[in-house]
Design a protein around this ligand. Structure first.
Ligand SMILES: [Fe+2]
Length: 368
């Protein structure tokens, strides 16, 4: 049987449409991948779950930075039950687990599954629906997933894991702790800007970046005050940011954020937001005419007349969110570790090249 939802092509649906999507697939067996969000499922999803729970296997035995072994446990459950539909409801990690279960399905052999060629014949029949419960990662619209094997980050990338259908429902954001709201929103904003100035940007990705930045800049205050209408618009903006980085990937601010996040135990989006204005300022100094024009266009979406005003508005946002740089006990040693951590491959699509000294200066400013 062909994949029933293939033609959805990552289309966005309202939660009321879940019943129709479920009907289109009519799976003999399906898998619900979710985290704690199972207790807060939107009523429309809960209704379908209650009607079809005898056909459903629930998988939630994974962690927020999912381990390869956890994905294998989910894969076994999926395989044992011969599911044809995965519904992922949760944050970026949940959606990443669901993507990897799909991607690894039906691979023969004893080697690590993420190092092997997927069984495209089999996985092309698996339907994947994603409902994000944080507005920020954009994972519901990307070909990327991150899992950890023996503590080492594995970046997975395959077009087959882009969810067929996306459901956006602002009710799931009601119970989200404010720190996660802030972190995810900043992540989406930085992703949209980085995608725009990336060497790999194109007309389509720039269009998505524009929509994302405008949506976030216009709604972030209302969203953080608990406005449900603003929450829906932020969900959409975050989705556009996801679509933008699906084309371009992220750049220097993200590359510099990963170690900062793990070293000081701060959420990913906060770490990126601490790096972002410093990286942008350093890029202005080395930018050519063409790049300065790109920066001007990004600034317009911040309702700012130039890059410096846009950066200053970005700093205003993080100040309003009461976000401060982590305090280092041993600055010299920490900066050395941070500089060495930056993955040079991640810097390749950054429009400005930075050497180790420049990266060091930037970290000194970030930790100031
Ligand atoms: Fe990110």
């Amino acid at each position: 049987m062909e994949r029933a939802l293939k033609k959805c092509n990552n289309l966005i649906f309202d939660v009321e449409d879940f019943e129709k999507l479920y009907f289109l697939v009519s799976p003999k067996k399906w898998m619900l991948v979710c985290d704690k969000s199972f207790d807060f499922l939107p009523t429309q999803i809960k209704k379908i779950y209650d009607m079809h729970k005898n056909n459903c296997v629930v998988f939630s035995d994974f962690e927020s930075n999912p381990k390869y072994e956890s994905v294998l446990a989910g894969l076994k459950l999926f395989d044992d039950n011969q599911c044809t539909l995965i519904v992922a409801i949760g944050g970026g990690s949940t959606i990443d687990v669901a993507k990897c279960i799909k991607l690894f399905y039906g691979i023969d052999g004893r080697e690590l599954l993420f190092k092997q060629k997927p069984n495209y014949g089999l996985i092309s029949k698996i339907n994947l629906i994603a409902l994000p419960t944080t507005a920020g990662t954009g994972s519901e619209s990307t070909k990327h997933a991150v899992i950890y094997h023996n503590g080492v980050k594995q970046s997975i990338c395959d077009n087959e894991i882009i969810p067929d259908a996306v459901i956006l429902d602002s009710s799931v954001l009601r119970g989200l702790p404010i720190i996660h709201k802030k972190a995810a929103l900043l992540d989406a904003l930085c992703q949209a800007c980085e995608s725009w100035w990336s060497n790999d940007s194109n007309e389509q990705s720039v269009f998505y970046s524009e929509l994302a930045i405008l949506g976030i800049i216009d709604q972030w205050e209302l969203y953080l005050s608990g406005d449900e209408n603003a929450a829906y618009r932020i969900l959409k903006a975050a989705n556009y940011a996801g679509k933008a980085i699906n084309i371009t990937k992220t750049t220097a601010a993200h590359a510099m954020s990963y170690k900062l996040s793990s070293m000081y135990n701060i959420p990913h989006g906060i770490a990126v937001a601490l790096c972002f204005p410093v990286v942008w300022e350093h890029m202005i100094m080395k930018a050519d005419e063409k790049l300065l024009k790109v920066f001007d266009n990004i600034s317009l979406c911040f309702h700012s007349c130039d890059s410096y005003s846009a950066i200053s508005y970005f700093k205003h946002i993080i100040k309003e969110m009461e976000i401060v740089s982590p305090k280092s006990e041993n600055m010299e040693e920490d900066i050395k570790i941070l500089v060495d951590s930056v993955n040079p491959e991640r810097l390749l699509n950054n429009p400005i090249k930075f050497d180790k000294n420049e990266i060091r200066y930037m970290y000194e400013e970030i930790l100031k």
